[in-house]
Design a protein around this ligand. Structure first.
Ligand code: GLA
Length: 400
C-alpha cells in the first residue's frame, strides 16, 4: 500500500521523465522583489510596508501578487540543526510570521537562496542542504523560490537546479521555481523541465542601453538585455518563461523610457517583477505599472514571446500574437529626437513564422486600440499617424 501511495505521489508531481507537470505560472509571474532598490538592506518593517503599499496603491488589483525577499534575509549561520532562519535583527518576528502577514493580505511569499555554498552576498547557500532548506521554506508557507548561481565552483547547472526542484517537490507544496543562472549554461534549453522561469542574462541596471562593467561581470541596460535574448523566444511559454530580470521602472530612467521598458517586458512575456520602492510611487510610475491593458498583453493565455518585425529609420516595431487572433504592436522611438510615425497597414504583411500566425490587412480590418491612451484611435484601413517622443512607445492592440 505504501508503495502504491509513493508511486502515485511521484506520478502526480512528475512525469515518467522527471518533468514537472503541475500547473504553476501558466502566465508570467507578477510581483515585487527587494533587490534592485534595497540590495541586502531589507527588514520586516520594509517588507510589511511594501505589502501594504501593493494592496493600497491598487497594484495588487492590477495582478502583482508575489512579494519576493532577495539576498540578505537570513542569519549568517545555520542553526544547530542545520536549518536556515531569518536574521533576528532584521526579522525579529521570524519568517513564518512574515509569510503569514503576506498571506493575510492576499499576496504570496517569495524567498531567495543560491545553488552554491554561499549566496552572492555571502550568506549561507543551499549546496548540500537542498532538502532541509526546501522543507524549511515550505514550513514558512513560501510560494516562490528564486535560486541563484554564485559560488557554485564546478557544479553542473542543470543538475543543481534539478536537485532543488526535487527538494521542492518533496515538500508537497506548490512552489514557483525561479532559476537565476544568468544565461551562462543556456537554461532556456533545460529550464522547462525543472523550473517555471529562468533569468536569461546577468543583472539589469536602470539605463536605456548601457553596459556597466564590474570586472568579471557586467550589468545590462534594457535594450542590451532585449537584443541579447530576442532570439530564444521558442523556449518561452505557459509554465516556463524567459525571465528578462526584475524591472527598473520607477528607478531613475525617464517616464518615456520606463513606459517603453514596461511595454517591452509585457510584449516579451517576461515575468513582471517590480524592483522599485512601491512605498514611494510617483503618479507616472504607478500609472505605468498598473496599466491593466498592458498587463493583459503580458498575461495573454497563448504565452507567446513577441518578436521584432522591423527596425527602420530609428523606429523599432515589435509584435506579439494574442488569443482570438488579436495582436499587440509596439512602435518604439529609439532616437534622441521626436519622430513622426506614418504606417500604411496595407503595404505590410506581418507574422510570426514560429507560431504560424499571420496578419493580412488586405483581407481583414482591425480596430486600433491605444493601450496607454485607453481608446480606439482608428482602424487598419487608413494610415496610422502619430508623433512618438524620444525613447517613448506607441503601444497598440489590433482588435477584431
Ligand atoms: C545575483 C542576481 C541578482 C540578485 C543578487 C543577490 O546578482 O542575479 O538578481 O539576486 O545576486 O546577491
Amino acid at each position: 500500500m505504501k508503495k502504491i501511495i509513493l508511486i502515485l505521489f511521484i506520478a502526480l508531481t512528475t512525469s515518467a521523465f522527471g518533468q514537472k507537470v503541475e500547473n504553476l505560472a501558466l502566465t508570467p509571474p507578477l510581483g515585487w522583489n527587494s533587490w534592485n532598490t534595497f540590495a541586502t538592506d531589507i527588514n520586516e518593517d520594509l517588507i510589511k510596508e511594501t505589502v501594504d503599499a501593493i494592496v493600497e496603491s491598487g497594484l495588487k488589483d492590477a495582478g502583482y501578487d508575489y512579494v519576493v525577499l532577495d539576498d540578505g534575509w537570513m542569519a549568517r549561520q545555520r542553526d544547530e540543526n542545520g536549518k536556515l532562519y531569518g536574521d533576528p535583527e532584521k526579522f525579529p518576528s521570524g519568517m513564518k510570521a512574515l509569510g503569514d502577514y503576506i498571506h493575510s493580505k492576499g499576496l504570496k511569499f517569495g524567498i531567495y537562496n543560491c545553488a552554491g555554498n554561499k549566496t552572492c552576498a555571502g550568506y549561507p547557500g543551499s549546496r548540500g542542504h537542498e532538502f532541509i532548506d526546501a522543507a524549511t521554506y515550505a514550513s514558512w508557507g513560501v510560494d516562490y523560490l528564486k535560486y541563484d548561481w554564485c559560488n557554485t565552483e564546478k557544479l553542473n547547472a542543470e543538475g543543481a537546479y534539478m536537485t532543488m526542484r526535487d527538494a521542492l517537490y518533496a515538500t508537497g507544496r506548490p512552489i514557483v521555481f525561479s532559476i537565476c543562472e544568468w544565461g551562462d549554461n543556456k537554461p532556456w534549453e533545460w529550464g522547462e523541465k525543472h523550473g517555471h522561469l529562468w533569468r536569461v542574462t546577468g543583472d539589469i541596471i536602470n539605463c536605456w542601453d548601457c553596459e556597466i562593467g564590474h570586472g568579471s561581470w557586467s550589468s545590462w541596460g534594457i535594450w542590451k538585455i532585449i537584443n541579447m535574448r530576442k532570439n530564444i523566444r521558442k523556449y518561452s511559454g505557459p509554465g516556463h518563461w524567459n525571465d528578462f530580470d526584475m524591472m527598473e521602472v520607477g528607478n531613475g530612467m525617464t517616464e518615456a523610457e520606463d513606459r517603453t521598458h514596461f511595454t517591452m517586458w509585457a510584449l516579451l512575456a517576461s515575468p513582471l517583477i517590480m524592483g522599485n520602492d512601491v512605498r514611494n510611487l510617483d503618479d507616472a510610475t504607478l500609472k505605468t505599472l498598473s496599466n491593466k491593458e498592458v498587463i493583459a498583453v503580458n498575461q495573454d493565455s497563448l504565452g507567446i514571446q513577441g518578436l521584432r518585425f522591423s527596425n527602420e529609420n530609428d523606429i523599432e516595431i515589435w509584435i506579439k500574437p494574442l488569443t482570438n487572433g488579436e495582436w499587440a504592436l509596439a512602435f518604439v522611438n529609439m532616437s534622441e529626437q521626436p519622430k513622426i510615425l506614418k504606417f500604411d497597414w496595407l503595404r505590410h504583411k506581418m507574422g510570426d513564422d514560429l507560431n504560424q500566425r499571420f496578419l493580412d490587412f488586405k483581407k481583414e480590418t482591425y480596430s486600433i486600440r491605444d493601450l496607454y491612451g485607453h481608446k480606439i484611435i482608428g482602424n487598419t484601413t487608413t494610415e496610422l499617424n502619430a508623433e512618438i517622443k524620444s525613447h517613448d512607445v506607441l503601444f497598440i492592440k489590433l482588435e477584431k
